[in-house]
Design a protein around this ligand. Structure first.
Ligand code: SAM
Length: 248
C-alpha cells in the first residue's frame, strides 16, 4: 500500500485569511481596521500571540502574529511568506450589470472562478442606473479571502459599450451571442481574452452588428437554451477556464 503523503502541519489550514490594503513584507507591522479587528477578536475569538494569514493582492500570502488586540484595533507583525503570488489567467469579463442581488452573485462567483478583471458595460437595454463599485469591490475581496486567492480582481468604472469596443487592447473579444456563434470548445484558446455578455433584454441588433465587427471579436454560443444574464456570464467564464485557463 502506498504511504499517504505527509500533511504539512504548519501553517494550520484553518487559519483565518484576510486581505489588507497595506503592502506586506517580513517583519512589517500591519494595522487592521475596526471591522477586521472585530471579526478576529469577537467572531473568531483570537488574541495576542495567535496567527492569521494575510494577503495584499500583490506579494503572495503571509502568516502574521497578533501583537496587540483592542476592541476596535488590532496590530499584527508579519512573520513569513506562506505562498508566492498566484498567476491569474488573463481573462476579463465585460458584463451588463443586472439587478443588485444577481450582480453581487456574479461578482462573487466570477472571483471564485478566477477572473482577473470585471468591466461593467452599459448597453442600450441595461436597466441599472448606478453600480455601487465599493460594494462590488468588498464582495470580490470577501470571495478572494474565502477561496484562497492571493489576488483580488480589478473592478472598473462602468463604461458604455462603444468605449469598450474602441479599447479592446488587442485582446480576443468573446461575444456571447444568444442568436448563435462558434461552440466554445473551438473558440476558446489560450491568450488574453475579454468575455462579453449582455443585459436581461439582450443586445440590440445594431449592438450585435457593432460587436461582431470589432477587431478580434468572435461570437460564441453557450448552447441552445437562453440563459439568464448572470448565468451566461458565469457559464462562459467556467468554460474559458476549463478550455483556455488554469483548469486545463
Ligand atoms: N432577451 C434575450 C432573448 O430573449 O433573446 C436574452 C438575453 S440573455 C437573458 C442575456 C445575455 O446572456 C445575452 O445578451 C447573451 O450575452 C447571454 N446569453 C444567454 N444565453 C446565451 C446563449 N445560449 N448563447 C450565448 N449567449 C447567451
Amino acid at each position: 500500500m502506498r504511504a499517504m503523503p505527509a500533511t504539512p502541519d504548519w501553517p494550520p489550514k484553518s487559519l483565518p485569511r484576510l486581505f489588507v490594503a497595506t503592502p506586506l513584507e517580513k517583519g512589517g507591522p500591519v494595522g487592521l481596521d475596526a471591522g477586521q479587528a472585530n471579526y478576529l477578536g469577537n467572531v473568531m475569538r483570537l488574541g495576542v500571540g495567535e496567527h492569521v494569514l494575510l494577503f495584499d493582492g500583490a506579494s503572495g500570502e503571509w502568516i502574521a502574529r497578533i501583537a496587540e488586540a483592542g476592541r476596535k484595533r488590532m496590530a499584527l507583525v508579519v512573520e513569513d511568506r506562506t505562498r508566492e503570488q498566484e498567476k491569474v489567467p488573463d481573462c476579463w469579463l465585460a458584463f451588463s450589470p443586472v439587478k443588485r442581488a444577481q450582480t453581487d452573485w456574479l461578482v462573487e462567483k466570477a472571483t471564485e472562478l478566477g477572473i482577473a478583471r470585471l468591466l461593467p458595460v452599459i448597453t442600450q437595454r441595461t436597466m441599472v442606473e448606478r453600480v455601487k463599485l465599493d460594494r462590488l469591490r468588498s464582495i470580490a475581496i470577501e470571495a478572494a479571502e474565502q477561496c484562497n486567492r492571493t489576488s483580488v480582481p480589478a473592478i472598473d468604472e462602468p463604461v458604455p459599450l462603444e468605449s469598450l469596443l474602441k479599447n479592446l487592447s488587442g485582446r480576443t473579444l468573446c461575444f456571447a451571442d444568444e442568436a448563435g456563434g462558434e461552440p466554445v470548445a473551438k473558440a476558446f484558446t489560450p491568450g488574453p481574452a475579454t468575455i462579453l455578455t449582455g443585459p436581461e433584454g439582450g443586445f440590440t441588433d445594431a449592438e450585435r452588428a457593432a460587436i461582431r465587427a470589432a477587431p478580434g471579436a468572435v461570437a460564441i454560443s453557450l448552447g441552445p437554451r437562453i440563459l439568464r444574464a448572470e448565468t451566461a456570464a458565469l457559464a462562459a467564464v467556467t468554460a474559458w477556464m476549463a478550455l483556455a485557463g488554469d483548469w486545463r
